[in-house]
Design a protein. Sequence first.
Length: 292
Amino acid sequence: MQSIQDLQAPSLPHAWAETHTEFHDAGLLEPQASRLAFADPEFLLRRETRGIRFQLEMLKPDLAQTEAKIEHTVVVFGSARFPDMATAQAKLQAAALSGEPQGITQAETGVRNAQHYENARVFAQLVAQSCSCLPDDEKLYICTGGGPGIMEAANRGAKEAGSPSVALNIALPHEQHPNPYVTPELSFKFHYFALRKMHFMMRAKALVAFPGGFGTLDELFEVMTLVQTRKARPVPILLFGSDYWKRLINMDVLVEEGTISQEDLKLFRYVDTPEAAWQVICDFYQLAVTGL
């Protein structure tokens, strides 16, 4: 990270600059006074119309999900960097042939983490298969950030089980694209992280956090904070992969230092299998499902 920054530079990317990457016809973004205001991209992307863009990012995914009768979701987070098992094993074989120690070590880690991909895939299949017999107003649908890795695995599992799934993607500098398993009409892209977070919580009936990095931690603690402060109703918050999470975060330290209460440790649970994760959710809502 650079140690010297321009004080005048904006802290956040402008919607105007980001939208230039979306439009293939640059002429549509040229100022034109005769355009209707609501059909004028250049006008809608001004700083002064930011509040309108907030409203639009709130409204568009909400209407689409309502029309698709999706009211309850199980949100799945986790690393975007974990491959599926077949890919990971192929990389390990290639690394073994090269004989390069560091490459072999990295490939072995990839195979270990690929198990999380496969578990997320199976978990999503369980949710989709089990909910297929429920009434429409009780069905749970998989919702992810729409990217690769764990997100792809969950969308993939839902699709393999014949269920639609939601993706709340985000426009990033490295051009993250929706994974190929997302239901197209339920694949949304956001400019504002805040609005994306809001949508994750609006329909969430459970959060399953697989091992991940900064983004996963951000979403995890966002949900825990909302439930802890009673800004959101309690939902099952599941940390999948107890070995990873207990090595990463010593929650007991927070209690020992008085920064959280002992009761706050009940906000989440550790799970290690897709079946255990789904069972916790079923027990919490007393769902009468089959297939466990």
